[in-house]
Design a protein around this ligand. Structure first.
Ligand code: SF4
Length: 335
């Protein structure tokens, strides 16, 4: 166990300040994420140096489509989450306690950096699978070390983190994919046990920092598929993050506690068409029949990057990030 960052204590009660849940934790108890524990009036993280999953993935799987397209990234996860979504796709690692998860493996920062450095075509390390801010201290230390080894750092997160810890780690993170679960605070409160405003704030802070940002929105039939609400989400993204932030509209499939049927293809296409009116780069994910995974030049419509599952060809993009057909510089595509 390592002492956690970002907390205060009074009379042996600790107050965690990592995320907006602001847990008040009595001695011997854990916070709402199950991985931060009060031991004798000090807050400890139970997931430092502990890894539940480690794989080499295509960067497109995060998903990041405009950040080193076609490259690979060593992806690691721990356990725990500050959200409790009934539709979680990784509930086995997100909704458990460290003692219940027997597959957690001890790994040092040196071992992770060494593994990332020796894999061919690997650009760096992605913190993903469960909510990576739950292993904040480990992620911060790995990302600092990774920078010294010329490795990129990528965070795939629900964005529910406080401003101070985010600011501390931002200088080391090159790219984020933030999961926007709905544009509705009631949905956040009821369905995931969070709040919308801090997630929006996180995305604004990332965009202002200059780190690469992409957004994923999982469309769940009957839960967050109101088109007026989606229009409001698009207007907010356009106004606060700009028209070039890539937006991944992802198909939901029944998972964990949810039995609701998968998102119909018609719904995905309706959302796609609406999104394209405001956002330049919109992609459909978790569906391979609709062919909406390519990047096109917003200026002339030329195909810049073609994708067939994880076969990626950035053949329409110059080395300086311009469209090879019209010469327009395409902001936000890093290769
Ligand atoms: S990180 Fe965990 S313990 Fe800390 S406030 Fe959030 S849910 Fe609570």
């Amino acid at each position: 166990m390592k002492e956690a960052l970002f907390y205060t204590s009074q009379h042996d009660i600790v107050y965690c300040q990592l995320c907006p849940k602001a847990c008040r934790i009595s001695p011997g108890k854990v916070g709402n994420c199950f991985v931060r524990e009060n031991r004798d009036g000090k807050l400890f993280t139970a997931v430092y140096n502990r890894v539940s999953s480690i794989h080499i993935d295509p960067i497109e799987k995060k998903p990041l489509f405009h950040f080193y397209p076609g490259k690979q990234i060593l992806s690691i996860g721990g356990i725990g989450c500050n959200f409790h979504c009934s539709f979680c796709q990784n509930y086995a690692i997100s909704q458990c306690k460290p003692a219940d998860y027997y597959w957690l493996k001890d790994m040092t920062i040196g071992q992770i950096i060494e593994q990332a450095s020796r894999i061919e075509n690997n650009i760096g390390i992605a913190y993903t699978y469960n909510e990576p801010f739950m292993f904040y201290e480990f992620m911060l230390d790995i990302s600092r070390e990774a920078r010294l080894h010329n490795l990129k750092n990528v965070v795939v997160s629900n964005g529910f983190v406080n401003e101070a810890p985010l600011q501390e780690i931002l200088p080391y993170i090159d790219a984020f994919n933030i999961d926007l679960k709905a544009f509705n605070d009631l949905f956040y409160r009821k369905q995931v046990k969070g709040r919308l405003a801090p997630v929006l704030k996180t995305m604004e802070t990332i965009a202002a920092s200059g780190a690469h940002l992409e957004i994923t929105f999982l469309i769940i039939p009957g839960m967050n598929d109101d088109l007026h609400e989606f229009e409001a989400m698009l207007s907010w993204i356009h106004e606060h993050l700009g028209e070039n932030v890539p937006l991944h509209l992802s198909r939901y499939f029944p998972q964990y506690k949810m039995t609701q049927a998968a998102t119909p293809e018609d719904t995905l296409m309706n959302f796609y068409r609406l999104a394209r009116k405001k956002i330049n780069h919109v992609f459909l994910g978790n569906v391979y029949t609709l062919d909406k995974a390519n990047t096109y030049c917003p200026h002339c419509g030329y195909e810049i990057i073609s994708r067939n599952r994880y076969q990626v060809k950035p053949d329409g993009l110059s080395g300086t990030g311009a469209c090879l057909n019209c010469g327009e510089i395409l902001p936000g595509i890093i290769r």
